[in-house]
Design a protein around this ligand. Sequence first.
Ligand code: AMP
Ligand code: MN
Ligand code: MN
Length: 322
Amino acid sequence: MKLSRRETAELLKNLDGKILITTHKNPDGDAIGSSLGWFNFLKNLGKDVKVVYRDRIPYFFDFLPGVGEVETKERLDERYDWVIITDVSEVRRTGFEEIPAENALVIDHHITAQPFTDFAIVEPDISSTCELSYELMLLIDPGRITYEVALPIYTGIFTDTGSFSYNNTSSRTLEVAAELLKKGVDPYLVRFNLFERNRINRFKLLELVLRTLEFALGGKVAHITVYRKFLEEAGALLEETEGFINYPRSIAGVEVAVFFKEIEENGWKVSLRSKGKVNVAEVAKRLGGGGHRMAAGYETEGSLEKVKGELFKELERELKAV
Ligand code: AMP
Ligand code: MN
Ligand code: MN
């Protein structure tokens, strides 16, 4: 059942019993920000709540309140009365095979969302799950939006909007950010923790990855690749490739940037970024993933050559149409 904001707020206010919050695998700022924002907010409301992720939290999010209480597990083995799933709508993308709960609620903003739960609120036009979460919290009890809630919520909005610069940034997004600053959020603290603590290994990795830069489809597509052997050579983690895709996207004449990430032998995570003309959510959806018009992704198997061939065929079709 698709819920309105008011219905979702009512539901969240009245939740009782054991509550679990989870999000998508390889959690990003919006996933972590929204789940920790809700964790701290629901605790403020006196609820019994816990956060479990499938994957580890990248170190640059270690400053967020509540991060130390997050558990990372391969399987959800306890039973809960309610599960809240943020920033994702498909059970496969949570990384868990099963969500063991009587009731589940999805809070998401993906245009390709197909919620698997009985209850869901999905707003594809809003910047982030964090912005949507803030609006819901205002309806529930604005007095409980403490600093511990505001900081993760701000962080998720900041990351999903590319530091308030992508076109998912609305005037309301900036108003919400202003309200969060009034709760004590220091914008430089967020920027510092996310972007000013790089390890030198990240630059070793960037050097290797930039050497793979190539163009396709008459220069309209630029792509880069990270192989597992690069991670070893640089002593870096996959999460340290965050932001690398901005380099191919930033090139004049490029409409779509692609980042091929080797997850395992013949297993690939593909990230897509558009400058606006091509709807990459559609392309990713056709290849088994999803996302937003200008940022999307999918996972696939096979040789890199095959993966490239399939993707470029789809992109060629899209580029012809623009
Ligand atoms: P990323 O390239 O991982 O930063 O993801 C960009 C956008 O695409 C995010 O909004 C993701 O939620 C979405 N996305 C990435 N991978 C997938 C996937 N396998 N399935 C659905 N959506 C995805
Ligand atoms: Mn996300
Ligand atoms: Mn998001």
